[in-house]
Design a protein around this ligand. Structure first.
Ligand SMILES: Cc1cc2nc3c(=O)[nH]c(=O)nc-3n(C[C@H](O)[C@H](O)[C@H](O)COP(=O)(O)OP(=O)(O)OC[C@H]3O[C@@H](n4cnc5c(N)ncnc54)[C@H](O)[C@@H]3O)c2cc1C
Length: 386
């Protein structure tokens, strides 16, 4: 029997969608050109930060539903995801008055995001070795961190256990339609029929989209470089750290490594999806880390790694049916904070496939939204660290 649904992509988004479809009893095949959480793709390299704060209001419902799901996801998937629910903290230095923080917390509260101002002593409780340059911060108790690789594998493994056909090493070349309706996909292993196809191919999603004679110029590829130190004693027991006016995202993972991300680029590689180690970028990142946590200087860099991120010009993903082609659904353009959203995305895409009422609003995230880019969202840079 043919699968009803084919999911293209074995990243955290495609894997979550496959899991939710299988959980809901839908016959589904997942096709990944490399391996699940493929090397060079976003999910394997993800910094794994889980947050509600710094969100576009249009993705807030999805973020809230997802952050709630994270609390029990390990149990649901039967896997260790290295989930730690220590929240997030945004640091501010002396240039910012308390009024700035109070305004921000007011905004956060309007969006239903729990937030709490902390003074310098409060900061020290969260981050004992913090630089004295940082005098205050906003603590966001929701969210925390998890491991991108383990989560992606856990979604796909759970999907497989529930009967999904998870196939790796097969590349989708194009989506085939008849009378503007999906009838299958052409792949490196030949034609595979289906009535619904979900494009969750991350940075590669525009290439697949174009095979339908449509274009997806809203999604651009960025290649971001992460760094990890040698294992250190526990010096960052608390929340994932961001600092105002920097792009840094900083945490200590379960293996003791201090990991820094936040949109520091690789050098260009042989094609737009590949990157090459960028020493200058690493030095800038390291300098910022040490300015926040001077003690981090004691722990040298062990390795760097990167992933190709599908950055959408207005910073929010594109989700839902594409009106021009019946049976074609997009779930792409997750930018620098898509890992957080993965449980909610899987749930809502499964509901779309089953034509059920949506339990999470994705109004404002569909391809039919205006993609106007304002002064803040200039479409060219990553605005918030993961
Ligand atoms: C360095 C870095 C740090 C990040 N930090 C955070 C963070 O802290 N918090 C957060 O929320 N988010 C973070 N993100 C963002 C988050 O990781 C991504 O939004 C998310 O992983 C996107 O998942 P995806 O499944 O859409 O894409 P990907 O993981 O890129 O997966 C797409 C998959 O599709 C496959 N594919 C492509 N073309 C085809 C084809 N033709 N046929 C078959 N398969 C195909 C690829 O091989 C790939 O495996 C970070 C991203 C990066 C790069």
């Amino acid at each position: 029997m043919n699968p009803e649904v084919i999911v293209i992509g074995g990243g955290v988004i495609g894997s979550s969608i496959t899991y939710h479809l299988a959980r809901d009893g839908v016959k589904v095949k997942q096709l990944e050109k490399g391996s699940i959480a493929n090397q060079g793709a976003a999910s394997r390299a993800s910094a794994g930060g889980i947050r509600l704060n710094n969100r576009d209001p249009r993705e807030l419902s999805l973020a809230k539903a997802s952050v709630l799901r994270w609390e029990t996801l390990e149990e649901e998937l039967g896997a260790d995801l290295e989930y730690i629910s220590t929240g997030q903290i945004m640091l501010y230095d002396h240039r910012y008055s308390m009024e700035v923080l109070q305004e921000q917390v007011k905004e956060d509260e309007k969006g239903g995001i729990p937030a709490q101002i902390v003074d310098q002593n409060g900061l020290k409780e969260f981050i004992p070795c913090i630089s004295p340059l940082y005098t205050k911060g906003i603590f966001y108790p929701s969210g925390g961190q998890a491991n991108g690789l383990l989560t992606t594998i856990a979604f796909s493994s759970a999907a497989r256990r529930l009967g999904a056909d998870v196939v790796t090493g097969i590349e989708v070349y194009s989506i085939k339609t008849e009378n503007n309706k999906v009838i299958g996909v052409n792949t490196s292993s030949g034609f595979m029929p289906c009535s619904t196809v979900i494009n969750a191919a991350g940075a590669w999603a525009p290439k697949i989209h174009e095979t339908l004679n449509l274009s997806l110029p809203q999604i651009k590829t960025f290649r971001h470089q992460m760094s990890a130190t040698y294992a250190a004693p526990l010096i960052l027991p608390g929340p994932t750290i961001s600092a105002k006016e920097t792009k840094i995202s900083l945490k200590q993972t379960i293996d003791g490594r201090i990991r820094a991300g936040g949109g520091y680029s690789t050098k260009p590689g042989p094609d737009e999806y590949s990157g090459v180690f960028n020493e200058e970028s690493l030095n800038q990142q390291r300098e910022t880390v040490i300015s926040i946590i001077p003690e981090a200087e004691k722990y040298g860099i062990d390795f760097t790694y990167y992933g190709a991120e599908a950055h959408c010009i207005d910073d929010i993903p594109i989700l839902g049916e594409v009106p021009e082609v019946l049976g074609y659904i997009l779930a792409a353009g997750f930018s620098g904070h898509g890992f957080t959203l993965s449980p909610g995305v899987g749930q809502v895409i499964s509901e779309i496939v089953q034509k059920k009422p949506l339990s999470i609003s994705i109004d404002g995230l569909t391809i039919e939204r205006p993609f106007s880019v304002d002064g803040i969202n200039d479409g060219a840079i990553r605005h918030f660290p993961g």
